[in-house]
Structure formats: structure tokens, C-alpha cells
Ligand binder design. Structure first.
Ligand code: IPM
Ligand code: MG
Length: 382
């Protein structure tokens, strides 16, 4: 008999490095939100990446993939690290992540970058340059050079690779579907899309540009469209980041530009992501496994916690999503900082303390109206 409670199955893939530390805090916050807003999250943990190899399994075990397919959402920590630098290419932990993205069919990756007043001082760029930044990188995630034809020919006498290559390739259909998502997102925001390519050199980029322009002309003429070469886009991102609303780009350029965009809020530890468009949404912080700080309490759990915000949005739990968003903003406004963002005068906290502070606020009483409004403005479009 139905109890009327909303129940979600969450596949939890903590992975390697700081992955387990940050996902633990994200789940803690998620549970606080579930308790407060009357839904249930059934969490099941599964091995992936180096953690799976260490357990004697494949880097992306079939059972893990199957569990992800049968879940309402997947929350992943991080994969990779120097321990696996010398394993065969198919067994690299990164392959697990690429396999997961491909198998789940999550072709559109949203990476929002928001700089609030309380974090502007953490940026290496001048506050007046970054304050008010509110952009989303829309990265194509299941095609391009990451998935094109590749070869590594061991033709040296000693068996080492003498020649290697990767093809950057896209089909019209692949570009069309991600472009459409970017334009739809822009319509819920400031109606501007900047498409980033290298059309002055690469044929694949000329196709990209042609398709984006066609989709725009046919369906989204009310949205402003601008094309930038990737080298110029990188410069513009640090020179005048506020000009951007939605940045639409391919898999590799999106990877590079999103790390660069991490400088705007001061730390990659602030950047969440959602990978959508397939069978199950995949949510993960943009940062990697950060092996150098594992176990030190220095990892910033906010990217993972903000990934939970995006997950709650995709599950239509918008009150819970707003509450977590507000709790993060309030913790930052109160001066709490993990080591990656610490400045003199900040209240330095550990990974767990940050998670606990956010969870405590999520569990708290009803929120002042002005804060609800603020959160809606910032995140309703995601
Ligand atoms: C990212 C990461 C991954 C990528 C790696 C870990 C495979 O850098 O999500 O940005 O390149 O996509
Ligand atoms: Mg990356």
C-alpha cells in the first residue's frame, strides 16, 4: 500500500581520492533535506574507478552500471589518481566515468558558475571583475574527441608507442540535440548563447558552427547567439566573465573551459555539475580526486553538495533544492571556508564541519522570504 511518500533510489558512487569524503557530506545534506521536506532517499553504494579495481573488479563493473540504470539519480564523487597512472588504457579509472556517461546517454553536461558577494574575495581575479558572474557551461558529454576513433601504435623496438591519435568528430544530430538544450536553458535565463569552437582551423568546428546557427535560426531566433573561437573564449572568461550567460561547447573545450571558470568563484571546489538527457541523471562535482589532500579534512564538499541541489531540481524537489542552496549561501556568508578558499579572517572548517553546518541549516526552521527569493533567482533555471 502506498504511503504517499515520494521515494527516490540514489546510486552512490564515491569513487577515489576525496570522492568518498565529499559524497559523505553531500548525502548527509540530502538526508537532512529529505527529512525536512517529506521524501525518502534510498541510497545504494557501488564501486567505480580505482576503488573497483582495488576490489578486484572491472573499472566500471556491470553491476554498478545496471544499478545506475535502475536508479532515479546517480551521485558520483571522483575517479582517478596516481596509483593508476600505469594501468592499461582500458583500465584507467577515467574510463569508468566516460563509460558511465556514454552508457547512461547523458549528452548534456551543465556546469553552472555563480559568484556570490561572499566568495568574490576568494577569486584570484579582482572582485569587481568576478562579482555577479552567473553563467552555465553547457558541455557536450558523449561525443567529440573523447569518443572518436583513436590509436596508439607500439612500433618502437622496445614496444613503446611511436604514434598515437584521437579524432575529434561530431554528427549533425549530436550537435543539434545539445544545442537545443543550451538554447532552451538560455530562454529561462538571460537569453544569450555563446557557442565556442575552433572553426578557423577544424572542420569538425565548422560543422558545429553550422549546426548551431541552423538550430538557432529555425527554432530560437529570440535568443542571442554569438560564436567565439576557443582561444578567445578562454581569454574573455578571465577578462570579462560577466558577458556570458550560456556557453555551449564540445566535450574537450568544455572540459578545459570549465576548469578555467573554476577560478571565478575562487575554487573548483565550488563547481557542481549535472549530466542529463539520458536514462538517469548523473551528478558530480567538477573537481577531480585531489589525491594530495585525501584524509586531511581540506576537501571542499560544496561542489558535491551543490550537485545535490541540481539533482533535487531534476527530481522536481524544488523546495528542498532551494533550501540546500540557501544553506550553502548562508554558510559562506557566515564566513565558513574550507582550506581551498581560506583567506585571513575566514573561519576555517574541515570537510565534515562544512557538511554538518550546511545540513544543520537545511534541517532548520522555515526560511526568510527574501532568501527564498534569492535562491530561486539563482538556481530556478537549472
Ligand atoms: C571532468 C573530468 C573528466 C573529464 C575526467 C576525470 C575524465 O576532468 O569531468 O571535467 O575529462 O571529463
Ligand atoms: Mg575536467
Amino acid at each position: 500500500m502506498s504511503t504517499g511518500k515520494r521515494i527516490y533510489r540514489l546510486a552512490l558512487l564515491p569513487g577515489d581520492g576525496i570522492g568518498p569524503e565529499v559524497t559523505r557530506e553531500a548525502v548527509r545534506v540530502l538526508e537532512a533535506a529529505a527529512n525536512r521536506f517529506g521524501f525518502v532517499v534510498e541510497t545504494h553504494e557501488h564501486p567505480v574507478g580505482g576503488a573497483a579495481l582495488a576490489a578486484g573488479l572491472d573499472v566500471l563493473p556491470a553491476a554498478t552500471l545496471e544499478a545506475c540504470r535502475n536508479s532515479d539519480a546517480v551521485l558520483l564523487g571522483a575517479v582517478g589518481g596516481p596509483t593508476w597512472d600505469h594501468v592499461s588504457p582500458e583500465q584507467r579509472p577515467e574510463r569508468a566515468l566516460l563509460g558511465l556517461r556514454k552508457e547512461l546517454g547523458v549528452f548534456v553536461n551543465l556546469r553552472p558558475v555563480v559568484v556570490s558577494d561572499s566568495v568574490e574575495s576568494a577569486s584570484p581575479l579582482r572582485p569587481e571583475l568576478v562579482t555577479g558572474v552567473d553563467l552555465v557551461v553547457v558541455r557536450e558529454l558523449t561525443g567529440g574527441i573523447y569518443f572518436g576513433a583513436s590509436f596508439e601504435n607500439p612500433t618502437c623496438d622496445d614496444g613503446r608507442v611511436d604514434q598515437a591519435g584521437n579524432v575529434m568528430e561530431y554528427t549533425r544530430a549530436e550537435v543539434e540535440r545539445v544545442a537545443r538544450e543550451a538554447f532552451k536553458l538560455a530562454r529561462r535565463r538571460r537569453r544569450k548563447v555563446t557557442s565556442v569552437d575552433k572553426a578557423n582551423v577544424l572542420g569538425v568546428s565548422r560543422l558545429w558552427r553550422d549546426v548551431v546557427s541552423s538550430v538557432h535560426a529555425a527554432e530560437f531566433a529570440d535568443v542571442e547567439l554569438q560564436h567565439l573561437y576557443v582561444d578567445n573564449a578562454a581569454m574573455q572568461l578571465v577578462r570579462n566573465p560577466r558577458q556570458f550567460d550560456v556557453i555551449l561547447t564540445g566535450n574537450m573545450f568544455g572540459d578545459i573551459l570549465s576548469d578555467l571558470a573554476g577560478t571565478l568563484p575562487g575554487s573548483l571546489g565550488m563547481l557542481p555539475s549535472a549530466s542529463l538527457g539520458g536514462t538517469t541523471g548523473l551528478f558530480e562535482p567538477v573537481h577531480g580526486s585531489a589525491p594530495d589532500i585525501v584524509g586531511t579534512g581540506k576537501a571542499n564538499p560544496l561542489a558535491a553538495i551543490l550537485s545535490v541541489v541540481m539533482m533535487l531540481d531534476s527530481l522536481h524537489e524544488s523546495d528542498a533544492s532551494a533550501a540546500v542552496q540557501i544553506a550553502v549561501a548562508a554558510s559562506l556568508a557566515a564566513g565558513l571556508r574550507t582550506a581551498d578558499m581560506a583567506k585571513p579572517g575566514a573561519h576555517l572548517v574541515t570537510t565534515r564541519q562544512m557538511g554538518a553546518a550546511v545540513a544543520r541549516q537545511v534541517a532548520g526552521d522555515s526560511l526568510p522570504d527574501d532568501q527564498v527569493l534569492l535562491a530561486e533567482q539563482l538556481y530556478s533555471h537549472l
